[in-house]
Design a protein around this ligand. Structure first.
Ligand SMILES: Nc1ncnc2c1ncn2[C@@H]1O[C@H](COP(=O)(O)OP(=O)(O)OP(=O)(O)O)[C@@H](O)[C@H]1O
Length: 647
């Protein structure tokens, strides 16, 4: 489903609004879009791979039903034999055999159907997860992770009962109903007319109830999604919630979502119960009516007592298929709501497939990459202001380029465009002379090592985190990268070493340790282009100086782009790009920019004038306002607050 993405060279469309998540949420009561298949068609698609085993289950259910249906006939024969004073042994044996067959085949059929239903759920989960992992970042940003989680976990579970109760219910219930009606017609057609008239009335009532079940079920599932979203929000920021004393408020929000789900589920249960009871009532009413009309027919000699007894038994036998059909209809409404929600998720856009003949570096290519921005414009979505207003920039292969500029200037977004998390709304970015859109995405990202601003670390072990980008890295390479990222001492200290579990989002590590893990992970990929977004902002002075040296040495072999957080990093760069409000304002060395760019000089000067860089002087960092200063920037070993990160 990559249809929302422009072709390789046609990327002139803004990203937002095209992913089916207007308003930024996946939760909603949106109608099914034109052309989308109805839930029953989706359901049939889902069960298609299991149709044979499903047919077997249905056959077993039918046989079970047939054995049940045969019982009244045998009972009729038994009564007739009794009245005629004939032997009843044969009829008794037949009845026993039918009862046993009913139980055994029924159990087997039930197992086969449940197994098939579980397989349908598994398929749905697999396909949803595959889709979610390939979503465009824009769609992810506009969704609630907790809600997406609920769609994969709880919504898919509802398919189980739809497959067994609905599909099989429609099939076997329908067939059993038809068979029963035919047998009833054979026994006495006028009594069948009476029965059907009563049941038709009940069907009308149930027809009114059914849409209500669908609506209530959908709302209940949406509330479960909302509950998941809120819980995810809370659990993901537990410290902040506690520190802000917001537990009670957040508790209320989760409780409200849970209560809403309860209310809607109860409403759905109420309508379902009403539908079920209406069917039950119809059978009772049919029984009484048949008894009255049938009694009259017996009195008039139109039918005999045995016929009436057999017919009444069939009336009761109608109960099972009718209940089955009603359950099928009500379950289908619940399942259809879940299928609707799964459809909403499937409509979220995924990343584009590789164009035919897509470019990409060889797996073992480690040559530094060159980048070029040509008139790059970008906005996150249609209603939002443009972030980049036409970036033109050449970054040669090898060496370090620092991006500086006020907060919100668009530095991180530029990295996102390089990773193709988003597409430019106009212009293009070329890597080694080839438009990024012509690269095979996997290969493109394989050439890049990216350390995000908040250096995310995933739950799992330290080793899992390091190997995330290169699972086949050898033990020696891992050791080497641990040394360069200055993690070797930490790993040596931990009793479980690399097998230490880091906790959810790496909460068992310090901020600086997380950053070093993220840097080590990126370096282990042997990238041709290394993107570091404030990657050393939380390191202490000693580690920062050491990692600055690591990055500088990486820049001798590869192309390194850093969003500079510290003056020391800025000054170590081969070239500095000053971004301001989405435009490249100036490019040059520190000395050139201090002399030639007002904003850079002003920001650098302000840093010293406002006294916020107390450490800089003590650490011997050059005064950027004074190009003649003899401080050695590379020697600065004390972390310096970002002078250029805010204005
Ligand atoms: N996912 C997003 N959706 C919508 N707008 C966004 C998104 N991410 C960033 N922005 C907006 O885009 C603009 C540029 O953000 P960006 O993160 O690129 O700035 P930055 O220069 O890296 O800032 P900082 O130095 O504070 O990290 C900001 O106005 C920001 O609010």
């Amino acid at each position: 489903m990559s249809g929302t993405t422009a072709g390789p060279r046609g990327g002139t469309r803004a990203e937002g609004g095209a992913d089916g998540t207007p308003g930024g949420k996946t939760r909603g009561r949106a109608r099914r879009p034109e052309g989308e298949p109805p839930p029953w068609r989706v359901l049939l698609e889902l069960v298609r791979p299991h149709r044979r085993i499903l047919a077997l289950g249905a056959l077993l259910s039918l046989i079970t039903g047939a054995t049940g249906l045969a019982l009244p006939l045998v009972a009729k024969a038994l009564i007739e034999n009794l009245s005629a004073e004939r032997a009843i042994t044969g009829a008794l044996v037949a009845m026993t055999a039918l009862v046993l067959a009913n139980a055994v085949i029924g159990a087997l059929g039930g197992y086969v159907l449940q197994r098939t239903a579980e397989s349908v759920v598994l398929d749905a989960r697999r396909s949803l997860v595959s889709h979610l992992l390939r979503l465009r970042i824009g769609a992810v940003d506009r969704s609630e992770p907790g809600d997406l989680l609920a769609r994969v976990t709880s919504d898919t579970t509802l398919l189980r009962s739809v497959t067994t109760d609905s599909l099989i219910g429609f099939g076997t219930g329908g067939l059993t109903l038809v068979a029963t009606v035919v047998l009833m017609a054979v026994v006495d057609a006028p009594l069948l007319g009476v029965t059907l008239a009563v049941i038709a009335l009940a069907a009308l009532v149930i027809g009114v109830i059914v849409p209500r079940i669908h609506r209530a079920s959908k709302r209940a599932q949406e509330s479960v999604g909302a509950m998941g979203a809120t819980l995810e929000r809370v659990l993901g920021a537990m410290r902040t919630i506690k520190a802000s004393g917001a537990e009670d408020r957040e508790e209320r929000v989760v409780h409200e979502a849970a209560e809403e789900s309860w209310r809607e589920s109860v409403r759905a249960a109420k309508w379902s119960a009403l539908a079920g009871n209406t069917a039950g009532l119809a059978i009772q009413a049919a029984f009484i009516t048949v008894l009255a009309v049938g009694g009259a027919r017996v009195a008039s000699g139109a039918i005999d007592v045995a016929t009436l007894v057999a017919f009444l038994l069939y009336v009761f036998y109608l109960m099972a298929p009718i209940q089955q059909l009603v359950a099928a209809v009500t379950r289908y409404q619940v399942g259809a709501a879940a299928i609707d929600r799964m459809g909403e998720t499937r409509r979220l856009p995924v990343e584009p497939a590789a164009p035919a003949g897509a470019a990409g570096s060889e797996e073992d290519d480690t040559n530094p990459a060159a980048l070029r921005f040509e008139g790059v414009r970008f906005r996150y979505s249609d209603g939002l202001p443009e972030v980049h207003h036409g970036i033109d920039l050449d970054i040669p292969a090898r060496g370090m380029t620092a991006f500086v500029g006020p907060s919100g200037a668009g530095k991180t977004t530029l990295f996102s465009l390089i990773e193709r998390f988003h597409e430019p709304s106009a212009g293009r970015i070329l890597l080694d002379g080839t438009d990024l859109r012509e690269w095979e995405l996997h290969r493109l990202r394989g050439a890049i090592g990216y350390v995000e601003q908040d250096a995310p670390v995933l739950s799992g072990t330290l080793r899992d985190n390091l190997l995330l980008g290169r699972p086949d890295a050898g033990e020696e390479e891992v050791r080497e990268v641990l040394r360069t990222a200055r993690l070797d001492a930490l790993v040596a200290r931990l009793p479980e070493g690399l097998e230490t579990r880091v906790g959810h989002r790496g909460t068992r590590l310090s901020g600086g340790e997380r950053q070093r893990v993220a840097i080590a992970r990126a370096l282990l990929r042997r990238p041709r282009l290394l993107l570091l977004d404030e990657a050393t902002s939380q390191l202490d002075a000693v580690n920062e100086a050491a990692l600055r040296e690591t990055v500088a040495s990486a820049a001798r072999a590869t192309t390194v782009l850093v969003v500079a957080h510290r003056l020391s990093t800025v000054m170590a760069a081969d070239r500095i790009v000053v971004l301001d409000a989405g435009r490249v304002r100036a490019v040059g060395t520190h000395a050139e920019l201090v002399a030639g760019d007002g904003l850079y000089a002003e920001l650098a000067a302000t840093q010293f004038l406002d006294g916020s860089d107390d450490d800089a002087e003590g650490a011997g960092v050059a005064d950027p306002a004074d190009p003649g200063s003899d401080g050695d920037p590379a020697a600065g070993s004390t972390p310096v607050p970002d002078p250029l990160g805010s204005r």
